[in-house]
Ligand binder design. Structure first.
Ligand SMILES: C[S@@+](CC[C@H](N)C(=O)[O-])C[C@H]1O[C@@H](n2cnc3c(N)ncnc32)[C@H](O)[C@@H]1O
Length: 244
């Protein structure tokens, strides 16, 4: 059955040239682009950053990832970038979880389950132990891409602190967040709804709490350890990696 409302995860799939979206998502993506600018290059740059961040973590010995607000596990997502790793994808949206399970069917060492990043107990412990048997004994990659904008500062700080507390020392937090780019595009900003949170980098950094950013810092995603020349895109998303 076709969904009745657009999903940001499926809109990103559309912008990345995937095939797991519906006309309603394409219409929403088109309306947003009319109020802002074309978005395919921006999301391509974000996905390239996520690949570099995942490879940075695997180079540090991380071979298991817990992904929150995962969206659709395609287009160079975590398990495709780190094929030897165990990856548990989670999302709040039941339609996205269902689609994710279909996409991952037959894929080894991966799983897709319901999870609310603001409530770690929402992840079924048996699923966590099945897909990531060493999640609480060896360092883990905790992935939050495209998520912080959903939360106010207090919720985000508490969420990041709870994640820090839950994972073994040496774990990495891989993150990006919406900077203030849309401030100059009021029609596009209005489409994001009243609970969309953009942040200055210093404000985001303060919310990391005990997580320590790597020396690469918190920078526009295109400029985080670029492979060669950074993509020429607006600095709409910033990101980085932080360590416990
Ligand atoms: C903008 S999409 C990002 C998808 C993917 N991470 C990416 O970067 O392509 C945000 C996703 O976060 C999910 N989400 C929103 N609130 C959440 C929460 N509290 N816990 C977990 N997922 C959430 C949405 O359902 C959606 O799939």
């Amino acid at each position: 059955m076709e969904p009745q409302t657009p999903s940001t995860a499926r809109m990103i799939d559309y912008w990345l040239g995937g095939k797991h979206h519906f006309p309603i998502d394409v219409a929403a993506a088109g309306a947003f682009e009319a109020a802002y600018r074309p978005c395919a290059d921006i999301f391509g740059s974000v996905r390239a950053f996520s690949g570099r961040a995942v490879r940075h973590a695997t180079a540090a010995g991380i071979d298991q990832f817990l992904v929150f607000g995962a969206g659709l596990p395609t287009r160079s997502n975590v398990h495709e970038t780190a094929p030897g790793a165990r990856v548990l994808y989670t999302d709040l949206d039941p339609l996205i979880v269902e689609a994710g399970r279909r996409i991952l069917a037959g894929s080894e060492h991966t799983g897709y389950v319901h999870g609310d990043v603001t409530d770690l107990d929402s992840i079924d412990r048996a699923d966590l132990d099945r897909v990531l048997p060493d999640w609480n004994s060896r360092p883990l990659g905790v992935v939050l891409f495209g998520l912080p904008a959903f939360f106010d500062d207090a919720t985000l700080a508490a969420t990041l602190d709870a994640l820090y507390e839950a994972v073994p020392t040496g774990s990495r937090l891989l993150f990006d967040f919406d900077a203030t780019e849309l401030q100059d595009y009021p029609r596009a900003l209005a489409m994001m709804g009243p609970s969309f949170h953009m942040r200055e980098p210093t404000r985001f950094a303060a919310l990391l709490g005990r997580w320590t950013p790597t020396p690469e810092g918190i920078v526009p995603v295109a400029h985080w350890l670029p492979d060669g020349r950074a993509e020429d895109v607006p600095d709409a998303f910033w990101g980085g990696v932080a360590v416990k």
